[in-house]
Design a protein around this ligand. Structure first.
Ligand code: PLP
Ligand code: COI
Length: 341
């Protein structure tokens, strides 16, 4: 694949696509230790046909963004949380852990090396960073690898779902991940199981699926690529408490912001039959930021929350509060920002 040329980019029309940037980062684990990582211009990986990841899915990944500020600096949002979650996922998949400080340092190296590709302030674009780790040992029996590869690529992106425009979602009849399975890990298998549901949702005109808890199919779990939140009719911020959803860093940040806004936020079981109690609903995640749910179709019945075309006032307020911190327009009073310099 050809390297992305800067001159061919239109910052306003980035979409959410992979682009091959000049630099990636790579480090291998063998003989019981990480062998030293470095930036590389090689954006391809070479694997044995027997590599663990190809057969038994030993893969974990992260997603975070670099933001351009008004004074042209570049900053990250809570990268140590991604480092910690990568290792949480790695433990569930019986993989090596990657040292947290090295993770953040490697992310910074990739951002710095590709700095020209961090979209300008005000363009709505950001640099999406994708660290991941795979088991590379050739295997045929089901047993963990003892060699691993940690790699990071970056790609400039625009909105993941539709930005702050409400879209239609549906409740999926499929399950995505199980609580005692890999529900809280960010691992490719959870996304593989969401692909067919996603294709079917798109065919039906929906942006994505909302999954229910896999035990009883009674409670809201999360979207294919983001956590769920609602604002109840009496103004409380609610988000699912579940062991089969990804512990979202955006969610945790919004819980803090919502608390300071007096929204009395709670993580709780949200029955799918209680939608009438919710005035506004949205998806939240690194890629999605906050994406309002215009409508949610469940068992063939369409439920509209605030409006199918307008974003609710509380969702708008939360979006602005979060995005202003991320882009340096609001004071970082929680200590969430990590400069890249
Ligand atoms: N849930 C799923 C399934 C995701 O893929 C993501 C994206 O990372 C999230 C939730 C949101 O997590 P975060 O806010 O840490 O990006
Ligand atoms: C993210 O928000 O970082 C994700 O990993 C979601 C992904 C489906 C794009």
């Amino acid at each position: 694949m050809a390297k992305q040329e800067l001159k061919d980019l239109d910052w306003k029309k980035l979409g959410f696509n992979y682009r091959d940037l000049p630099y990636s980062f790579d480090e291998k684990f063998s003989d019981g230790k990480w062998q030293g990582g470095k930036l590389t211009e090689d954006s391809s990986l070479t694997l044995s046909e027997g590599a663990e990841v190809l057969h038994y899915g030993q893969e974990v990944f992260e997603g975070l963004k670099a933001y351009r500020t008004k004074d042209n600096k570049v900053q990250l949002f809570r990268p140590y949380e991604n480092a910690k979650r990568l290792n949480h996922s790695a433990r569930r998949l019986a993989m090596q852990e990657y040292p947290e400080d090295k993770f953040v340092d490697a992310v910074k190296q990739v951002v710095k090396a590709n700095e020209d590709f961090v979209p300008p302030y005000g363009s709505g674009g950001t640099l999406y960073i994708r660290p991941f780790m795979i088991g590379t040992t050739p295997v045929v029996g089901v047993t963990p690898a003892d060699e691993y590869e940690f790699h990071i690529y970056a790609t400039p992106v625009g909105a993941y779902i539709a930005g702050l425009t409400p879209v239609a979602f549906r409740v999926s009849e499929y399950d995505r991940a199980a609580g005692a399975g890999t529900g809280t890990a960010k691992t490719s298998g959870n996304y593989a199981s969401s692909l067919l549901p996603e294709v079917e949702a798109k065919k039906g005109g929906f942006a994505d699926n909302l999954y229910l808890d896999p035990r009883e199919h009674k409670y809201i779990d999360e979207f294919g690529g983001a956590n769920f939140f609602g604002i109840t009719k009496d103004g409380q911020f609610i988000t699912p408490k579940s062991d089969s959803i990804l512990p979202s860093i955006t969610k945790r940040s919004i819980l803090q912001i919502a608390k300071d806004m007096g929204l009395n936020p709670i993580e709780t079981k949200i029955p799918i039959d209680d939608l009438d109690n919710i005035a506004e609903a949205g998806a939240m995640g690194t890629a999605a930021v906050i994406s309002p749910v215009g409508s949610l179709t469940y068992k063939g019945k369409k439920h509209v929350f605030y409006s199918e075309t307008k974003t609710g006032p509380v969702s708008t307020k939360l979006y602005n509060a979060l995005f202003k911190i991320q882009t340096g327009d609001a004071e970082d009073k929680y200590g969430w920002i990590e400069p890249v310099d």
